[in-house]
Design a protein around this ligand. Structure first.
Ligand code: URA
Length: 433
């Protein structure tokens, strides 16, 4: 390991064999954390060549379980988002794409941060279970084209160990390390093709568009080199997606969107991502044709029906999908009124996320309990005009003390302008190779 660290420190390229061996030994616990940390720092400064990044990704993907989905007929297309505030895309996209006939066999996480991950959100349905056996998972996808299971403990364990180290050694934000970390989990999860939603803006991991594009290109290159057709969309995360932030509130917005009456922005994002999924899944030959199929799943209620069928098949009570008043509700709902007048110029996404965290909607540590009922409903978004006293947002909470702190945080997230404000486009770019 000493020689490898020195080699990388001096800017030389590591071979595939060296990287594979290093990851194998690290996973077994044969390489101490201090040496691996030094290696991560060397990579941070020297970067990695395309071949090295691919070797690292493959080694991490193969460090644990690699799901074999060959018993599922059809081309399995997975989607991954680099994350953001109010991102409930999977809840709308997966049933829509499944209803259009592309199998969705998805592994999702719980997430650490301002709201829960997809799994936490789905647990808003009483009884919902993501702890599926591989057999049930495959059977459900074959029978109704859709299943979501929790990430198995042994999915890319090398990445889990490495990420924990990077997190405490200031080596997370290196492009090749991020790309290989994300893609190793996607490759191990077994999909044939992958659509990536890479976010950019104040609520995204990659604040600058150029960085988001570089990350997208790196991940697309890895996916294609690993034999999985991969496409990335760069989409906007400079303000929360849609109107709801918080677990149950987001599930309700997803249901509204599946009924065609939710957030237009969320629906548009799902049409765009879904169209690429249908093309990769060979159900459509171009974007126009794919979009028509997806619009049909919404207009005819097929996507909503698919969602209900999926919730029930995984042990959840689907009743609240049709009677939203049955969802757990927060005990206090308060308005946040504007103290300024003007056009909303910016909504600092991360701060809205922190507001949800204060209310109890997210996890600060991996053992924190989430309150599924709390969150924020945005009433004014970028470009809207607000007079003094107009409602900017509704806070849903269960503690007056937390509400007070959250209100302050939310007010601080808004910036106003006296002149008209143009909204940023929802899509910035599509990267295919
Ligand atoms: N998400 C991941 O899974 N890995 C990273 O390195 C960064 C974000």
């Amino acid at each position: 390991m000493y020689d490898l660290i020195k080699k990388k420190r001096d800017g030389k390229e590591l071979t595939k064999e060296e990287i594979t061996c290093m990851i194998k030994e690290f996973t077994k616990g044969e390489i101490p954390d201090y040496q691996m940390s030094a290696m991560m720092m060397a990579i941070y400064f020297q970067g990695m060549e395309e071949k090295e990044t691919l070797a690292l990704t493959m080694a991490m993907a193969e460090s644990g379980d690699v799901l074999d989905l060959s018993e599922i007929s059809g081309i399995k297309v997975d989607k991954h988002s680099t994350g953001g505030v109010g991102d409930k895309t999977s809840l709308v996209l997966a049933p829509m794409v499944a209803a259009a006939g592309v199998p969705v066999a998805k592994m999702s996480g719980r997430g650490l941060g301002h709201t829960g991950g997809t799994i936490d959100k789905l647990e808003s349905f009483q009884g919902f279970n993501t702890d599926l056996s591989k057999e049930t998972f495959i059977k459900n996808v074959n029978e109704m084209k859709m299943a979501i299971m929790g990430q198995t403990k042994d999915l890319a364990p090398a990445d889990k160990k490495l990420y924990a180290l990077r997190d405490v050694t200031a080596t997370v934000d290196q492009m090749s390390l991020i790309a290989s970390s994300i893609m190793s989990k996607k490759l191990a999860a077994g999909a044939d093709a992958i659509v990536l939603d890479v976010k950019t803006g104040s609520g995204a991991f990659m604040k600058e568009e150029a960085d988001a594009e570089a990350l997208a290109r790196e991940m697309v290159r890895i996916g294609n080199n690993a034999g999985r057709k991969t496409v990335a969309l760069i989409s906007d995360m400079d303000q929360p997606l849609g109107f709801a932030v918080g677990n149950i509130l987001e599930v309700k917005e997803a249901i509204d969107t599946l009924q065609g009456k939710g957030s237009k922005e969320l629906l548009e994002l799902c049409y765009m991502l879904g169209s690429h999924m249908l093309i990769l899944g060979e159900k459509a030959s171009n974007l126009k044709e794919a979009r028509e199929q997806l619009v049909h799943t919404i207009k005819e209620g097929l996507a909503l029906k698919k969602f209900a069928q999926f919730v029930e098949a995984q042990g959840g009570n689907p009743e609240p999908i049709f009677h939203q008043e049955l969802f757990l509700e927060a005990s206090i709902v308060e308005e946040v009124q504007s103290i300024e007048e003007g056009y909303v110029e910016k909504i600092h996404c991360q701060e809205v996320g922190n507001c949800s965290l204060i209310l109890g909607g997210g996890r600060e540590t991996k053992d924190s309990e989430i309150d599924l009922s709390v969150g924020i409903l945005m009433k004014k978004k970028v470009g809207d005009y607000a007079k003094k006293g107009d409602v900017l947002a509704l806070l849903h909470g269960n503690s007056m003390e937390k509400m007070k702190a959250a209100k302050e945080k939310l007010l601080g997230a808004y910036t106003f302008s006296q002149s008209k404000v143009e909204r940023r486009p929802l899509f910035h770019k599509v990267i295919t190779e």
